[in-house]
Design a protein around this ligand. Structure first.
Ligand code: RIB
Length: 313
């Protein structure tokens, strides 16, 4: 059963600063520039592979420049199938990232070659009923919808991490098995769906009503909430001694969830593994270098509290 990721590939250029700059402000970082592989699609593919997902495939685009190699190196080394990553005339995607002493980040992305990604780059025989298809909104949203339109009727389980915060058309929401949003994304998606201005948890709850999709809202150190039909769960966060860098934590969560679903794990086990993976990703610097492996996730689960059923209302 494969995990198929259709998404972005970036090279992350990171500066550590005491605190994140505001508009018009310059923040001075004492150290050097950090360079690491990133991009939400690529991160989620590697996260799924490291979390124990069997076969992981990534469909994406990079440029023909010097950034493409380092952006793909870990994926290639760790067995993610990148045979459908296309080289285009545009430059490889780049993310400019500032990370504060508290581990919070601020990210601006130059999409570059990611904008060349097209749904028809995914071969038909990769869209099977045992495929977990992972999508994010760093890929061109129209292509994300076009791929979901093909994959849904073919029986793929589609997981959308609606990141970065962009509106999601109702048609796409209706094709999903799982929607993952964070506290910034949930209100944006709910507002676009005509549900009004809602707080993150209320937005996730409202988005799940009348839809087949389970909706998960991640809440950082407060864990996550999951809503599915008439059921709801509170998912604890891993308690961390120190948050080094939150970059890629959402990708670790989404990738580990996709891997768990692909492995046929139960829903609450999948939620627990995703939360543990997201927490662990905050304990190291960078996106892909910090993504945890299955053994680390297994060990962390012993420290994670239980996923508990809560009142869905
Ligand atoms: O989610 C983290 C990722 O967002 C980074 O790796 C960066 O490339 C941006 O895409």
């Amino acid at each position: 059963m494969p995990v198929l990721v259709f998404g972005s590939i970036n090279l992350d250029l990171t500066v550590r600063v005491p605190r994140l700059p505001g508009p018009g402000e310059t923040a001075l970082g004492a150290g050097g520039l950090g360079t690491a592989a990133g991009g939400k699609g690529a991160n989620q593919a590697l996260a799924a592979g490291r979390a124990g997902g069997g076969q992981v495939r990534l469909v994406g685009c990079v440029g023909r420049d010097g950034f493409a190699g380092p952006a793909l190196a870990l994926l290639d080394a760790e067995g993610v199938d990148i045979s459908r990553v296309r080289r285009t005339a545009a430059p490889t995607g780049v993310a400019l990232i500032a990370v504060s002493d508290a581990g919070e980040n601020q990210i601006a992305v130059a999409s570059g070659a990611n904008a060349d990604l097209r749904a028809d780059a995914v071969p038909e025989d990769w869209l099977t009923p045992d495929t977990v298809l992972s999508l994010t909104l760093e890929a061109p949203p129209a292509e994300v919808l076009a791929l979901a339109r093909r994959a849904g009727p073919l029986g793929c389980r589609i997981v959308l991490n609606a990141a970065p915060a962009l509106p999601v058309p109702g048609e796409l929401l209706d094709l999903l098995a799982v929607l993952i949003v964070n506290r910034h994304e949930a209100p944006v998606v709910a507002a676009e769906a005509g549900l009004g201005n809602l707080a993150p948890a209320d937005a996730a709850r409202a988005l799940s009503r009348g839809r087949a999709a389970a909706v998960i809202v991640t809440l950082g150190a407060e864990g996550a909430l999951a809503f599915r039909g008439a059921e709801a769960w509170r998912v604890p966060a891993l308690k961390l001694d120190r948050v080094v860098d939150t970059t890629g934590a959402g990708d670790a969560f989404a990738g580990a969830l996709a891997a768990a679903l692909e492995l046929g794990m139960g829903w609450t086990d999948a939620l627990a593994r995703a939360s543990a993976a997201g927490g662990l990703a905050c304990t190291k610097q960078g996106a892909q270098p910090a993504l945890p492996r299955a053994q680390e996730i297994d060990a962390a689960l012993a420290r994670l509290g239980p996923v508990v059923r809560i009142d869905a209302n």
